[in-house]
Ligand binder design. Structure first.
Ligand SMILES: [Cu+2]
Length: 137
């Protein structure tokens, strides 16, 4: 019986750490003009100097329908130093409103932003996702 409080505490701490990990890895927001909603998951969850990837789920912000046929551009930008990356990320349509972004290349440690532009049938909207604390592997 003495072990029970310790076990319970361990479970609570594990759940807390799990939630922390999920909140670090997943972010959602509307684009500036409220045309789209983007759910972003970064891979690895702890962003690193060098190559990273991300999964984007794109929805119509009003109807909540998945947006399959969008043209998406992703630009890594280090606002603090006003510079981008040496590589351009590639975006791959996966269907069901999901897009996988490869070659998100952070050239140095620190705080970056992902500038995301979504175009669909003549409409265009943008969103900025902060990618904080990029570290060296
Ligand atoms: Cu920099």
């Amino acid at each position: 019986m003495r072990a029970f409080p310790t076990t319970a505490a361990a479970v609570v701490i594990s759940l807390f750490m799990l939630c922390q990990g999920v909140s670090l890895a997943g972010m959602g927001r509307n684009t500036e003009g409220n045309l789209f909603r983007i759910e972003l998951r970064i891979d690895p969850p702890q962003p690193v100097v060098g190559s990273n990837a991300a999964l984007l789920d794109v929805y119509d912000a009003k109807s909540n329908e998945k947006i399959d046929d969008a043209t998406i551009e992703v630009i890594p930008w280090m606002t603090m130093h006003s510079h981008g990356s040496s590589k351009k990320p590639t975006v791959h349509k996966q269907g069901s409103g999901q897009y996988r972004v490869e070659d998100i290349y952070y050239t140095m440690e620190g705080d970056w932003d992902l500038l995301i532009t979504i175009q669909k049938k003549g409409t265009k909207d943008t969103a900025t996702f902060p990618i904080s604390h990029v570290i060296k592997k």
